[in-house]
Each structure stands twice: as structure tokens, then as C-alpha cells.
Design a protein around this ligand. Sequence first.
Ligand SMILES: Cc1ncc(COP(=O)(O)O)c(C=O)c1O
Length: 434
Amino acid sequence: MSEKIGKYRDSLKIIEIHYVGILTEIAGYGLWSVGRYPPPDSNILDEVTMKPAFKPGSALFSSGPTKKFTGWTVSHLADVSNGRSHRAAAPKAKLQNAIERMSAMLQLPADYRMGIVPGSDTGAVEMAMWSVLGARGVDVLAWESFGKTWVADATKQLQLTDMRIFEADWGHLPDLSQTDKDRDILFTWNGTTSGVKVPNADWIADDRTGLTIADATSSCFAMDMDWSKIDIATFSWQKSLGGEAAHGVIILSPRAVERLESYTPPWPLPKIFQLTKGGKLIEGIFKGETINTPSLLCVEDLLAALDWADELGGLPALIARSEENLQVVADWVEHTPWVSFLAKDPATISNTSICLSITDPQVQTLDASAQSIFAKKMVKLLADEEVAFDIGAYRTAPAGLRLWGGPTVDSDDIAALLPWLDWAFEEVAAETKF
Ligand SMILES: Cc1ncc(COP(=O)(O)O)c(C=O)c1O
């Protein structure tokens, strides 16, 4: 029996760490020796050391652009009005239809407005910042890369003077209760680069006088959003809907519109940021009359994603799919000693951008650069095997992995990927000098 173990140890690259565990599992090995895979009574050995036999149906786990819904083909774009003006009746009707369907799916209150704007989510966030900030003091919250970008915009570009910045380290949220309801509050609902989301909107006052501005690009269509607490939200289709980038979406509450119509910022506004004319909201923007020329191909693609989402059951089904994806990962993290969520508080773990840290004690003895090399080797190995693409941590985030778990990703694919992560970890650990 010990000879067999030795054989496995050679051919499957079992590393020392697991050898002790293997000895306790010896009784299950008779089946292995005659080549059955997967063994009917799985044990630690097959789960963590053997190259998995099954690949995910899709290896697309990028956090943006994200995977398209299963079943998507270019034939979904066949109806596009190629070569037509976006102001012509049919294309404009599609833009308006897209707005109406997204608003309905997100369950926006009837008096909220939605517009399609240039520059993807960044364009929408900056349009909001440039248009409404400066009217009163603002609290800017940041706990990962994009939030920090909005802090930089507020300080270096807009050079706001009455500003408080609440920042937190990777994996944490700042103290949300420090925000002031009578100031504007700018925050990121889901920090895509750290996988930390706000757990809810309870910290936002109903009787606030300031505006809340939420970069919600990786939360819309995947998380419950309490619209009564949000005055301006932004997103891009390239996240939870698996759509194309380039266009952003801005959502305005009546109080946001009031601000836009009553406040003129002291800085110049480029045309693509202008939501008002002569002190009045440009209503056409919210009916499909985009500020500049949109891509009708992108809109067609969006409509296909909305058809898919409708067929599934709309927002609750989208959220459920994403939560299921996180659950599959969470169950695995719980019994996998080498990995943890980057998010420290379980209530803040993102169900879309699922960020993982390699917390294996030996890997933790490496310096930051060696940890990053370790994670990158895993990422490359998995891409080479064509089981997962683009799952490295964001370039400025701590070393680790990031899996997109938004609604377009199938939980079966995540489940099929997890043994590959174990395998890749062990492969890289075996060749690393600790
Ligand atoms: C939270 C957040 N904000 C902004 C952006 C930028 O989005 P876009 O490239 O669509 O402008 C991203 C992209 O990942 C994001 O995750």
C-alpha cells in the first residue's frame, strides 16, 4: 500500500503538506490503482492533488467585460439598424425601449430617470461628479481602486474644498456611519477591485438633504439596491449584463434633478457632461435622445441580454444566480485551507467581483512581490489549461485571484473551476522555494 502512495506521489505531484492527510485515507485507494476517475468516494487526495478531469463549460470569469449569457451568438445582433441614424424612429425607439426595460428590471421608482451616456461607467460617474458636486460639502468614500479614482477626481481635478475623505484598506469598508446626511455622499456600491460591497443602504438617512451618488456598476442587476437611498447611480452594461462597454447609464432621483436645475458648477462642463440646458434638464436624454452618437450594435446586444434576463425571471433571478455563484465559492473557501476572501467582514463579500487571497501560511512567508508572482503563475497555468481567463487580482490590488460571479456566469462553471484552483495552487506551491 505504501508503494502505491509513492507512485501517486510521483505521478500526481502530491506535495508534502498533504502527505500526512493521505496516510489517513489509504483505505480508499484500491480503486485509484485500477484507474477509476473520479473515484466514487472522493477524498482529500483526489480533490486537491489530481488535475481535474472536467473543465468549466465556459472559462470566462473576467470582471469586465464579463461573460455574455450562455447561448449568446452574433445572431442576437441580426436586427441591428446598420447605417441608420440613431435619431431615426426605429433606432431611437430601441434606445427608449432599452431605457424603459432597464428601469423596469431594476425596479426604479416611477419618478426616477435613466439616461444612456458616453464613456461607460467612468463617463457616467464623472458626469455626475462634474454636474452636481460643489453645491455643498461632500463625503467621499473609498476602499479600493475605483473609489480612489473618484477621490482623485474630487481633489485634483475638481479641487473641492469642503470635502471629507473616508478611506479603508483593502478588504475593509470605511466607517459608513461617519457620513453626514446633510452633505453629499459619493461611494462605490460594490468595490470591484477588492470584492467589498456595502452590505445595505441602512446607513443612508431617509431625511438627508445631501445627495447620495453611487457608482453601482458592479452591483446593478446583481444586488438589491434600495432606490429610496440613492439619488444618482451609474453603471455600464459590460458588468452584470455581459454587455458591451462604451456606454454608461446614469440614474437620477427627483432630488438629483432638482440639484441639476438649481446649481451651476464653477468649472466648465464639456458637452458630453451636460445634462441641462438653460437651467432645465434635457428630458430627451432620458427618452433615448443620447447626447452624442451611440453604438446601435451595443444597444442591440443589450436588448438581447435583457431578453435573456426577462426569460430567467428578471431582477430576482439575476440576483439569485449571482448569489448562488458566491455561495459555491464560499462553500469551497470554508473547507480550503490555502484561500480566504479578501473581504474581511462576511456581510461585505461581493457576489459579483469575488476576490480571493492566498492565505496559505507558507505563501504568506513570501514577500509581496513573490506572493504576486505566485498568484500570477496560478493565473497563467489556468489560462494555459483554458479553464479560466482573466482571474488575476486587479493590478493595484493585493496579490490574489478575482472571479466574476455576476448573473451571466453559470454556477456549474464556477463549481467546475474550483478543483482547478486547488490543482493550480498545488502545482505552483510544488515549484516554489519557500
Ligand atoms: C466600481 C467601478 N467603477 C468604475 C469602473 C470603470 O468602468 P468603465 O470601464 O465601464 O468605465 C469599474 C470597472 O471595472 C468599476 O468596477
